[in-house]
Design a protein around this ligand. Structure first.
Ligand code: PAF
Length: 273
């Protein structure tokens, strides 16, 4: 595995590649969820690039940038063992200058759900993803379905800016008790981790309602909020795959999304129905 930190060096390295390139952008602290993205990229491309970059512009003031888990050496090992061809590991000064051009998330989809409590978060995500895609110029780029709003906005950016990369959604990986894997799970103490299981339970309960043909969003959201008590619910929402609010679950075109705060840790999860 080759490790590069300079965007220009990486761009040059990849410039004449005739192979299909699969790209997995990450912020490090890699877990099984990232490994599943890398595996999918490996199975669908001849060459795989992973980036590890803790992007400061997607964190708001007072957020957890400084305490975001860092596991550089373990991450390198994981990439190597997973058969990654290039690990791109830039520093902030390699990626950003002063007086920067940036991508603006759209006003409806970018400032609802996670964007309500984190305005400008998605501007930072889209800007860095645009930079990374321009550096790597991949055939396919892989993103987890757990961050459904991020995935939706990136797909929208690629479509609206006529970019040619394919954005590939990858299923969420869960622990055996149902908790979705997230780099933020390390912040949870034992009690909080148990409380966090209310998240997959609420989604499971929603799935059972739908299987019984109870499709009204209002009823499903009410039951989910009951299951989630006493956790602080940031939102529970039922949307179409195009991210529009829907009154009824439409099988094959719906996502049920939830974000809660467990202690000070924000956890996201969703199911695609
Ligand atoms: O999902 C993430 O890890 C980040 O938001 C991403 C896509 C790597 C951009 O920094």
């Amino acid at each position: 595995m080759t490790i590069l930190s300079s965007p220009h060096e990486l761009k040059n390295y990849l410039k004449d590649k005739r192979q299909t390139i699969g790209f997995v952008p990450t912020m490090g602290a890699l877990h099984e969820g990232h490994i599943s993205l890398i595996k999918k990229a490996k199975s669908e491309n001849e060459f795989v690039v992973v980036s590890i970059f803790l992007n400061p512009t997607q964190f708001l003031k007072g957020e957890d940038l400084d305490k975001y888990p860092k596991k550089d050496e373990a991450d390198k090992k994981i990439c190597e063992l997973s058969g990654v061809d290039i690990l791109f590991f830039p520093q902030v000064q390699d990626m950003y200058g002063t007086d920067e051009v940036s991508i603006q998330a759209p006003h409806v989809r970018g400032y609802v759900l996670e964007g309500t409590s984190r305005p400008s978060h998605f501007n930072g995500v889209l800007t860095v993803v645009m930079k990374l895609l321009n550096i790597v110029n991949p055939t396919n780029a892989y993103f987890g379905k757990k961050d459904a709003q991020q995935l939706n906005l990136i797909s929208l950016m690629v479509k609206q800016l006529f970019m040619s990369v394919n954005i590939i959604p990858v299923d969420t990986v869960r622990q055996s008790d149902g908790l979705a894997l997230s780099s933020r799970n390390v912040y949870l103490n034992e009690t909080q981790r148990k409380e966090a299981l209310k998240i997959p339970s609420s989604l499971h309960g929603a799935g059972i309602m739908v299987s019984k043909n109870i499709l009204e969003s209002e009823l499903i959201i009410k039951q989910m909020r009951e299951i989630l008590e006493p956790l602080e619910v940031v939102y529970v929402e039922i949307l179409s795959r195009e991210f529009e609010i829907i009154k009824q679950v439409e099988i094959g075109n719906s996502i049920i999304l939830v974000e809660v705060k467990v202690g000070t840790t924000r956890l996201l999860d969703n199911i695609w129905l």
